[in-house]
Design a protein around this ligand. Sequence first.
Ligand code: PMT
Length: 401
Amino acid sequence: MLENRRILLIVSGGIAAVKVPDLIRRLRERGASVRCILTKSGAEFVTPLTLASLSGEKVYQDLFSLTDEAEMGHIRLSREADIILVAPATANIMAKMAAGLADDLATTALLATDKPVMIAPAMNVMMWTHPATQANLQTLQSREVKVVGPSAGDLACGEVGNGRMAEVPEIIAALTRFFQKSEGQGPLTGLKAIVTSGPTHEPIDPVRYIANRSSGKQGHAVATALAHMGAQVTLVSGPTHEADPDGVKVVHVETARQMMKACSDALPADIVVAAAAVADWAPAVKDQKLKKGDAAAALNLSENPDILAALAQAGPTRPKLVVGFAAETTNLIESAKAKLTKKNCDWIVANDVSKGTGVFGGDTNTVHLVTAKGVEDWPTLSKRAVAERLAERIATALNPS
Ligand code: PMT
């Protein structure tokens, strides 16, 4: 997807600039051509000679260079690219971009371009979370600037938090997705996904049932996000008030056993995301409405099949990536880790559903992505944003380009 793509790479001044040589190498390995603009502060971290050697092209640094302007004016420089990538993007360059400042070659090219722009922010966590930076980010996003990262972790300044520049494979994946999208394809095109969503209703008698408070918002959002990335999605949904997502095959079920059957029927698949709140038990169903005194008979429970565990069982039909959710009210991470192993999943999305969190039925979710590699804490996000971020991660895991 990156073959013959022309990337104008603007390197601004942050310690993450040391990752740029590797980025250039990987882009060129994939057939892209890379032309660099190096800002004055960027040159404190990486030399023009390094960038020129790796890109095989002249590195542009000055706005008022007669030779450069004669050879390749800054307007042409900004237009002769398929995309402009700013990596690392410091708080300073983001602020200048948001304000429309043009006081050096990099910012002038960014203002003069008619091409898409992607930024890979990198900075100290306080700078990243500062309302000014967040406001600039929103301004840039409202102008369709694409953003990759930052991620959380140890920062060069010694602090820990959000602000690390996305790793090179993530940037490559984001560029790949951008070009795929521009060609009407998604990173998950050609892959099949099964998503479970909503509660199950387990009948007690013709008029009563056992249920839970799941609304289906999270699971339906995951189905939508995967479909937007090109996956062929079967959404197996318990009873909800959510509309069927566009472009998704929806199988409506009521009970856990029906959900199990619908999921098995949808195999083979490449991806499973189990977001449904499946009832663990089902009563022995009575044909006639129970009388008041029949309380004991009402709760004659038997265990339901574990759909997630069944789909994740090793074997020829095991999907490539099986993602479960864990809804817990105590020991969130420990319980999620135990479920990861017990159910043979690849990832678990753990969410605290204690009273007061409003996760069941609400519009936001605070999740932790638990994998064999460790635990990633995500900030509180809308369920749609959780779904989009999860879909991005799935795409990166399945297309590790
Ligand atoms: O629907 P919303 O209102 O938007 O709320 C979202 C949610 C809280 C329901 C969702 O984010 C969530 O956490 N879903 C999983 C709920 C759950 O049942 O968790 P669990 O910890 O009991 O189950 C662990 C995993 O096993 C889940 O992926 C579940 O789908 C799966 N499971 C459980 C039991 C069973 N019999 N079969 C299953 O497949």
